[in-house]
Design a protein around this ligand. Structure first.
Ligand code: NAD
Length: 260
């Protein structure tokens, strides 16, 4: 149902972003993927997206902490595949430390990549969407857009910021056929999470089950990880015409975390 549409997904060389890019491409959208990684692996993903969509797939290496690179990426998308009709602001990083030990440059990087990049993406992309009278913006927030955890001051501040930014731009674009929403996952099963398990087992002397249930999923009542494909399915729904009246919303997908 997305034939003829174009999408940019930031931070889509792995994890949730890649799952969303695949879901959009499977519906026929041209997709521009973005993020870091090995050139060969990225090219393989790009080619697979093109094969699946029957439309073009592009890769742009824009660093989401660099506004100039963000504006250039949006204009490149417009010039090469049109739009962007769909923007998924998904790139994100994390750093865990008490505030008194938190490196200033980590605070600056997290605010830049997890929050300011979405603002720049929308500032660049909204005029194209308004001109087309159609647009979908989906921001990957987090359960941490609604609740806090200690030692994640920059991440929690950025994700709460994304939730407010989403509502604001939803209001600014409400009569233009553009919707702006965010998705707030709990713990999602990505390589990032999986790779923490052996270290935590070793450092705390725990079994794999203990790390999963008592550490990683301590706050998630279902005791199951969210899967990237589940986040992608919701993102895809938000692109449908049936979702035209959903705007300014923050959808939790957190196994009950923020209900507790
Ligand atoms: P991931 O590490 O697998 O993916 C992050 C992506 O962002 C990668 O493609 C990476 O290359 C890219 N990236 C990082 N820094 C960048 C930069 N400066 N410029 C451009 N790209 C950059 O992580 P993920 O779990 O898929 O996370 C995706 C989003 O989901 C993030 O915003 C994260 O905060 C959010 N999220 C993740 C979880 C989880 O449990 N994994 C839960 C809630 C929210």
């Amino acid at each position: 149902f997305l034939k003829g549409k174009s999408a940019i997904v930031t931070g889509s060389t792995s994890g949730i972003g890649l799952a969303i890019a695949k879901a959009l491409a499977a519906q026929g959208a041209s997709v521009m993927i973005n993020g870091f990684g090995e050139a060969e692996a990225i090219e393989a993903e790009r080619a697979a997206l093109e094969a699946s969509s029957g439309a073009r797939a592009l890769y742009d290496a824009a660093d989401m902490s660099k506004p100039d690179a963000i504006y250039a990426m949006v204009e490149r998308c417009h010039a090469e595949v049109g739009g962007p009709d769909i923007i998924v602001n998904n790139a994100g990083i994390q750093h865990v430390a008490r505030i008194e030990d938190f490196p200033v440059e980590k605070w600056d990087a997290i605010i830049a990549i997890n929050l300011s990049s979405a603002w720049h993406m929308m500032r660049a992309g909204v005029p194209h969407m308004k001109a087309a009278k159609w647009g979908r913006i989906i921001n990957t927030a987090s359960a941490h857009s609604l609740v806090a955890s200690p030692n994640k001051s920059a991440y929690v501040a950025a994700k709460h910021g994304i939730a407010g930014l989403t509502k604001t731009i939803a209001l600014e674009t409400a009569v233009d056929g553009v919707t702006v929403n965010c998705i707030s996952p709990g713990y999602v099963w990505t390589p990032l999470v999986e790779n923490q398990i052996p270290d935590t087992m070793a450092s705390r002397g725990l079994t794999r089950e203990q790390v999963v249930n008592d550490v990683l999923l301590a706050a998630q009542p279902t005791k199951q990880f969210v899967q990237p494909d589940q986040v992608a399915a919701l993102a895809l729904f938000l692109c449908r015409d049936e979702a035209a009246q959903i705007t300014g919303a923050n959808y939790s997908m957190d196994g009950g975390w923020t209900a507790a």
